[in-house]
Design a protein around this ligand. Structure first.
Ligand code: XLS
Ligand code: CA
Ligand code: CA
Length: 444
């Protein structure tokens, strides 16, 4: 029986205990219907397959405000005008939440965990203090850090970018923050370190030297990598693509753009990608497409599991409940052999209207159940249906003879032309899309 954790006699989520697994017949909103963490599937437990993480920022910092209205939610850990006092209380609440929910991992930005100080030195001290407390709590609870990151987009100094800012002095502040966030990540045994380029982009080409800014971004990432390795960070550095918002155009537009960037600047040995479902939607792609592009390149690092809204052009960061979409994603992840040192981080927030504290439990339970179920369905499809074999079979004409020689690079354009002349019109072969789609529905 896992132990949940709260400090002293203060419980931030009274009345909510460890979330149990009760199965799909249960009508208890505070129980898992599908996520049974120790159930074995293909030699791994569900916990080992899915490696769920809770994000610090939406769950314990964001309080429902939007561009049109102030906070709608109140948090019992916002207890003082002293931000460090609040940070400590927030951390207690966070570890109580993680352990009651039963996730193995969490993720944070520097500024979620510790407030910005009046100087670089004070900010560094705030983060170091809070990271030390987090380490103590990790040691007691067994919680682990999936990834850390630096918020180099929120402060007004970053309005024209962080690493890509046209002002060098701003780049130095971004460096200070990333250094401190790397220090904290290493202290906490973080398995990955994320760069999301929120303001690394432009608002107008008229005032932006995009070539120089991209060179600066690559140089900055190199320096961060070298520093991280020098202090013993052995995990993956991850870039998280997003096409826009807050910038009109962001340099890390989508997976293929980032893969091209990493290869161009020779960073692909240390950097992989963190794919967020909602950002795929914003880029006009499916979640599965973005995952597939990463696995094709051998560069899938981790996943921000959420959902966008195809009716909106903005980042809604909803909890993932779309089983169909999740099954497509899990098919790609399983075909790649799983996530290795990545995980499923719920970079998602409850709606502005969801003002009860229990809503954050209900939301995470729903997300975890969605992916547990999707994992099961995708596993059955891969092992019990003909889908993988049929997909493989579509390409058998390249397995031998001239097709294989073409793949090996031992045919010329002229020799291909001669074959076309000799063999005549190809027989038309059905793509069978409807058959494939029906298989998915059969297993759902
Ligand atoms: C914002 C991003 C951000 C990253 C971490 O859209 O999702 O939260 O995941 O900086
Ligand atoms: Ca994200
Ligand atoms: Ca998002």
């Amino acid at each position: 029986m896992r132990q949940h954790y709260f400090v002293g006699d203060h419980e931030y989520f009274p009345g909510i205990g460890n979330i149990p697994y009760e199965g799909r017949e249960s009508d208890n909103p505070l129980a898992f219907k599908f996520y049974q963490h120790d159930r074995l599937l293909g030699g791994k437990t569900l916990q080992q397959h899915l490696r769920f993480a809770v994000c610090y920022w939406h769950t314990f910092c964001a309080k429902g405000s939007d561009a049109f209205g102030a906070d709608s939610q109140t948090f019992p850990w916002d207890i003082s005008s002293d931000m460090m006092v609040c940070a400590r209380a927030r951390m207690d609440a966070a570890f109580e939440f993680f352990t009651k929910l039963g996730v193995p991992y969490y993720c944070f930005h520097d500024r979620d965990m510790a407030p910005e100080g009046a100087s670089v030195i004070e900010s560094e001290q705030n983060l170091a203090t809070m990271a030390t407390l987090a380490k103590e709590r990790q040691d007691v609870t067994g919680m682990k850090l999936l990834w850390g990151t630096a918020n180099v987009f929120g402060h007004p100094r970053y309005m024209n970018g962080a690493a890509t800012n046209p002002e060098f002095s701003v780049v130095t502040h971004a460096a200070a923050q990333v250094k401190a966030a790397l220090d904290a990540t290493v202290l906490l045994g973080g398995e990955n370190y994320v760069f999301w380029g929120g303001r690394e982009g432009y608002s107008t080409l008229l005032n932006s030297n995009t070539r120089r800014e991209l060179d600066h971004l690559a140089r900055f990432l190199e320096l961060a990598r070298d520093y991280g390795r020098s202090i013993g960070f052995k995990g993956n550095f991850l870039i998280e693509p997003k096409p826009m918002e807050p910038c009109k155009h962001q340099y890390d537009f989508d997976a293929q753009t980032v893969i091209g960037f990493l290869r161009h600047y020779r960073l692909a040995d240390d950097f992989k990608l963190n794919i967020e479902a909602n950002h795929a939607t914003l880029a006009g792609h499916s979640f599965a497409h973005e995952l597939q592009m990463c696995t094709d390149a051998g560069l899938l690092g981790s996943i921000d599991a959420n959902r966008g809204d195809p009716q909106n052009g903005w980042d809604t960061d909803q909890f993932p409940t779309d089983l169909y979409d999740a099954v497509h994603a899990m098919l790609v992840v399983l075909a790649d052999g799983g996530l290795n040192s990545g995980g499923f981080n719920f970079d998602a927030r409850v709606r502005r209207e969801s003002v009860d504290l229990e809503d954050i439990f209900v939301a995470h339970i729903g997300g975890m159940d969605t992916f547990a179920r999707a994992l099961d369905v995708a596993y059955q499809i891969r092992h019990s249906s003909d889908l993988s074999a049929r997909k493989l079979g579509r390409y058998t004409s390249f397995d031998s003879g001239d097709g294989a020689r073409f793949e090996q690079g031992s045919m010329s354009l002229v020799s291909l032309r001669d074959l076309a002349v000799n063999e005549g019109e190809p027989v038309s072969v059905s793509g069978k899309q409807e058959w494939y789609e029906n298989v998915i529905n059969q297993y759902l």
